[in-house]
Design a protein around this ligand. Structure first.
Ligand code: GLN
Length: 551
């Protein structure tokens, strides 16, 4: 069997230029050539995982089946490559230090003095190789966090250099760097990229390819300059201009034979697969036209628009996937729940074809969310509640249908007399000890879906598995009271103890799930719940259009 190959991808000039998308697209392209490609993300921070980082600061916390709490890039890889990843694919500097220090405490270094170099680098190298070995990868694509020249990621770069030194034919370095076009100058400048490559050179790293991110395609002049001053062949500079959708990046790379050039360096041949379904997807994305107004209500919304897409990226993507399936374009209206508290729900939600309440924590803005859910229930607007969205829907139904006026979650009011959502004793112990890291109910849990429900209609089967990330649960003491007023418990853990899905009788589509289906939706395979939610929203829009016409 040929040896596993490794591609390191670094960033240059500045962050947020789409390094993650470039890595995912390159991986997709290599996958389309018939190879088993496995991505690995290296994070610079000292958090052991992403679970304790505020989303408004770092974007969504993505969760894999094995319960690891990761960065949103892992979600991008899963969606692009249609893979299910795990803790093997995610490395943080905190995890690297923690492992090395723990090993030292266990006398694992047998008296050696433990140093950043080589011990941290060895740990990084071992983890990267292990990721390849465990998944029997042909090619491991490693995304180095941050940009070249930061102190924080230096050991990752050093690890990549050592791996290449030890195994010249099996390791490549791709540098994704940005060519700015200053408006006052009006032309694309290549100097920052040259400087960035020189920074790599100062670490004894010579990139094999440059991915030239820019507003427009790199022209000949810029390509020649980069080739000349970065010691490279002009054909190894791959143009990556702004495109209409991220799904076109892989196609752009393919036009420039990016994967074939890489395979040639590895002395591998392209095997007979293609990118046809991806090409089809890029077309669909372009052509899905009919706008479908969907409200997303939550907190975290006051931080400025650009953050939102990052905080709820998987929810956003899942809605898009479902939209493409139905040939519509979900037009998202982000509504800050505190605005609903101030103005009432109708002002912000009238005319919406559907309402989504995504996951969340803490008590700020929850009353506004509950008002929004009440509006969707009463106006018969399709509703999808994700995790917190399921818990808050339960509270709304308890308060307004079952007459439990004080119904609440103990997360919001620890002294509530009607705790319809409560915490399990083992979770409570963890909170008392301030044991916050990786201690929620996390990762894949089996669920049994009840026949004859909306959930069953969507999944078409009774045995499912979904990913979780929460501490609080539905309180079974209120089960029968709530069922009497129309709540349907349509999914539970196989032992029946944990309520996983609730819905509402006599409503076109009202479903709340204790888990996060958004982590398992794929561009070409929308998640069944999102698919049916958007289907119901389309029907809702058509029916209101019909009423307007006839009135
Ligand atoms: N705050 C709720 C809990 O911990 C919901 C969490 C979530 O939405 N991810 O149970």
């Amino acid at each position: 069997m040929p040896k596993t190959k490794f591609i390191f991808v670094s960033g240059g000039v500045m962050s947020s230029v789409g390094k993650g998308i470039a890595v995912a697209s390159l991986s997709k392209l290599l996958q389309s050539k018939g190879y088993r490609v496995v991505p690995v993300k290296c994070e610079n921070y000292l958090n052991v995982d992403a679970g304790t980082i505020r989303p408004a600061e770092h974007g969504e916390v993505f969760v894999c089946d094995d319960g690891i709490e990761t960065d949103q890039d892992i979600g991008t890889y899963e969606r692009f490559l249609d893979l299910s990843l795990s803790r093997d694919n995610f490395i943080t500097m905190g995890l690297v230090y923690q492992t090395v220090i723990q090993r030292e405490r266990n006398f694992g270094y047998e008296g050696e003095d433990v140093e950043a170099i080589p011990h941290l680098c060895d740990e990084i190298i071992n983890r990267i190789k292990e990721a390849g070995r465990k998944s029997r990868a042909d090619i491991v694509v490693v995304e180095l966090g941050g940009t070249a020249g930061e102190y924080q990621n230096i050991f990752y770069y050093e690890a990549s250099r050592i791996m290449k030194l030890r195994n010249k034919d099996s390791v490549l370095h791709v540098h994704v760097a940005y060519l700015p076009t200053p408006p006052t100058v009006g032309e694309m400048k290549s100097k920052p990229v040259q400087t960035s490559v020189h920074l790599l050179n100062s670490m004894a790293i010579q990139p094999d390819f440059i991915v030239a991110r820019a507003q427009r395609p790199v022209d000949r002049k810029r390509r020649e300059r980069l080739a000349m001053f970065c010691n490279m062949d002009g054909d190894d500079i791959i143009s990556n201009p702004d495109l209409d959708s991220v799904y076109e990046v892989a196609l752009k790379f393919d036009e420039q034979n990016f994967a074939d050039r890489i395979l040639k360096r590895f002395r591998l041949k392209p095997k007979g697969r293609d990118l046809d379904d991806w090409r089809q997807l890029a077309e669909t994305v372009k052509s899905a036209a009919a706008p479908l107004p969907i409200a997303v209500v939550g907190k975290y919304f006051s931080t400025g628009d650009y953050v939102l897409g990052d905080v709820y990226v998987s929810v956003l993507e899942s809605l898009k996937h479902a939209g493409w399936y139905h040939g519509v374009k979900p037009e998202l209206h982000w509504v800050d729940s505190e605005k609903i508290e101030a103005d009432g729900a109708a002002k912000h939600l009238a005319g919406m074809a559907g309402l989504v309440v995504p996951g969340g924590f803490g008590s700020r803005g929850v009353e506004g969310i509950i008002q929004a859910i009440q509006y969707a229930r009463e106006q018969k607007i399709p509703y999808l509640g994700l995790c917190y969205g399921m818990q808050l829907a339960t509270i709304e139904i308890a308060r307004h249908l079952a007459g439990l006026d004080e119904a609440n979650s103990t997360e919001i009011n620890s002294k509530t007399k009607q705790p319809v959502i409560h915490i399990m004793p083992e979770q409570e112990k963890k909170l008392l000890k301030r044991d916050y890291g990786a201690t929620m109910r996390l990762g894949a849990w089996d669920c049994e879906v009840v026949r004859g429900t909306k959930a069953y209609e969507a999944y078409g089967k009774t045995d499912i598995s979904e990913r979780h990330r929460h501490r609080y649960e539905f309180n079974n003491a209120y089960k029968s009271k709530l069922e009497k007023v129309g709540l349907v418990i349509s999914g539970t853990s196989p032992d029946g103890h944990l309520v996983e899905i609730v819905e509402l009788k006599d409503h076109p589509w009202f479903v709340g799930v204790q888990f996060h289906p958004e982590f398992k939706s794929r561009p070409l395979r929308p998640h069944p719940l999102f698919r049916d939610f958007i289907g119901a929203a389309v029907a809702q829009l058509n029916s209101t259009a019909g009423t307007e016409k006839s009135s």
